[in-house]
Design a protein around this ligand. Sequence first.
Ligand SMILES: NC(=O)c1ccc[n+]([C@@H]2O[C@H](COP(=O)([O-])OP(=O)(O)OC[C@H]3O[C@@H](n4cnc5c(N)ncnc54)[C@H](OP(=O)(O)O)[C@@H]3O)[C@@H](O)[C@H]2O)c1
Length: 269
Amino acid sequence: MNESIGFIGGGNMAEAIIGGLKKIDKDINIRVTNRTNHERLQHLVDKYGIKATALQELVDNSSVLIIAVKPKDVHEVLKHLKNYSLQDKLIISIAAGISLKVFHKSLPGVAIVRAMPNTSTAVLQSMTGLVRGETIAPDQAEIAEQIFSAIGRILWIPEEKMNALIALSGSGPAYFYLFTESLIRAGVQLGLSEEEAEMLARETLVGAGKMLTESEKSPAKLREEVTSPNGTTYAALRVFSEEKLPQIVMKAAQACARRAGDMEGEYSE
Ligand SMILES: NC(=O)c1ccc[n+]([C@@H]2O[C@H](COP(=O)([O-])OP(=O)(O)OC[C@H]3O[C@@H](n4cnc5c(N)ncnc54)[C@H](OP(=O)(O)O)[C@@H]3O)[C@@H](O)[C@H]2O)c1
């Protein structure tokens, strides 16, 4: 990748993206800055061979700036960025709950993409939603695509779909972890050791995930194919249905999207 990338914020998400980018291009030029945690920066420098710099140097030497701070800290970062010329830069924000209008208001005319990756970035399997800012040119959109395609799959969406996307792919990994945890507990209750149950549950999720990615069949078709009438899977699925799993998932996703909307309101000023 030809771009030099500057991360403002060097926390968990920044590290996941840096790790992914370094896996596909070990020579990629990356700088990082944070607020106060020097040890953390040193860890990133030692592990990924990137440069830790002050904000000024980072902005001067990066064509792409990725804002990877907590939503509550975005306004402070924008206050600092106002002091720099950002004309030729592409800014990418991964902060949840901060809408494009916040950036357009603080940094008028700046090229901005809003991105919502998920934590599977660390294994190059992030499902990332991307939203174009007002002034994004096709070549800038392509740079954002390149960065996030390097760490998984991407989907461009209009901003009004962002909260729905957060409810699926943003928070989704945790739903599957919870299901896996529950299956492990069930396995132990059925007489397996914790270790056995964990291996069976984890690998089953990985295999099912691969089937979903590699098969052209719909999830419903895949499910039907492994469910013989009155068989073992059928017995389990009947319980999910009786206990209203689809409705529970619906309610959980709605709660997530609602919270994302509330956060957008909280951070809009
Ligand atoms: N977790 C997810 O699945 C996920 C998915 C999509 C998007 N996100 C978003 O990713 C963003 C980062 O999350 P995270 O979990 O990586 O957070 P994190 O681990 O808490 O890291 C935040 C980083 O921001 C730095 N920072 C804070 N204020 C700063 C400032 N004024 N200037 C420069 N750096 C500053 C912190 O530095 P210090 O340590 O020195 O204070 C720290 O390095 C959040 O906005 C979150 O919404 C997360």
